[in-house]
Design a protein around this ligand. Structure first.
Ligand code: GUN
Length: 282
């Protein structure tokens, strides 16, 4: 039977430490969140991000733009936030509505305000093994979960399922930095079951409901489930069939309460770190 990694608890510890530190600041860190359109999942994520930043005593700025926002309008909003010295972090919630291409906007965010670590500057630094201003929040949170459990990655075979810019690619870079041997699997990968069966660590970020079954994993594997989908019964489920995998794995993250809360805590930590960099405190 696996040990369940309690992401909620680890994430709350991070938030409490940030809260204590920020209490001593006269000027509070400020996070700006831009949401374009009305994607329901994005609305919930953004609401949670604003709520958490307020809980920490941060200043939060919410820019809600309509579905039909033009490229020029969105660029103007980003530019104003870049130029505003009272704003420390800028987050553009993805996905953008049809007609707007994220490639036209992410690199317009000043790298030192890029709390998501999605600019070419910050992701490039990550891929070169250099220090970015900020590392993407979900991958950063996953590494913190593994560290909290003292899971050694050196020489281990880590299989990442998914190759998104938000999770798959940056988590592979971070695992590689920890000297894991990394396989980047994705929707076109052949013989995925055989590959998963060799893995010491599996990070799955596909959004395919419960597709990783106990019989596909090696005994004692560490399972990190990034997927979160609402199934037809209205229940939140991950990429992993929890019951069958739980009996065989050594560690497993639950859904909900695993990776999700870590993402938001790391976003807050990134905001604080960028604030300190901008103020010359680090
Ligand atoms: N959409 C889903 N995850 C994320 C994230 O981590 N950051 C942003 N900006 N958008 C997202």
């Amino acid at each position: 039977m696996a040990e369940i990694i309690n992401g909620k608890e680890i994430a709350e510890n991070i938030l409490n430490n940030i809260k204590k530190e920020v209490e001593n600041f006269d000027i509070k860190p400020a996070l700006a969140v831009i949401i374009v359109g009305c994607n329901p999942a994005s609305k919930v994520y953004v609401k949670n991000k604003i709520k958490k930043s307020e809980f920490l005593g941060f200043n939060s700025i919410l820019k809600e733009l309509p579905e039909n926002t033009s490229k020029e309008e969105l660029l103007t909003v980003i530019k104003k936030l870049n130029d505003d010295e009272n704003v420390n972090g800028i987050l553009l919630q993805l996905p953008l509505p049809k007609g707007l291409d994220e490639k036209d906007f992410l690199d317009e965010i000043s790298p030192i305000k890029d709390v998501d670590g999605f600019t070419t500057y910050n992701s490039g630094k990550l891929f070169k093994g250099e220090k970015p201003y900020a590392v993407a929040c979900t991958p950063k949170g996953i590494i913190k979960l593994l560290e909290a459990k003292n899971i050694n990655l050196e020489g281990k075979l880590a299989v990442v399922v998914g190759r998104s810019n938000i999770v798959g690619k940056p988590i592979s870079a971070l695992l590689l930095q920890k000297n894991a041997t990394v396989i980047q699997a994705h929707s076109k990968t052949k013989n995925l079951s055989e590959i998963l069966n060799m893995a010491d660590i599996i990070v799955s970020a596909t959004g395919k409901e419960e597709f990783i079954k106990g019989e596909m994993i090696k005994k004692g594997a560490v399972i990190i489930d990034v997927g979160i989908t609402r199934n037809k019964n209205g229940k939140l489920t991950g990429d992993v069939d929890f019951e069958s995998v739980f009996n065989k794995a050594s560690y497993i993250t639950p859904v909900p309460g695993g990776v999700g809360p870590m993402t938001i805590s790391c976003l807050m930590e990134n905001t604080l770190e960028l604030y300190k960099l901008q103020k010359g405190m680090e």
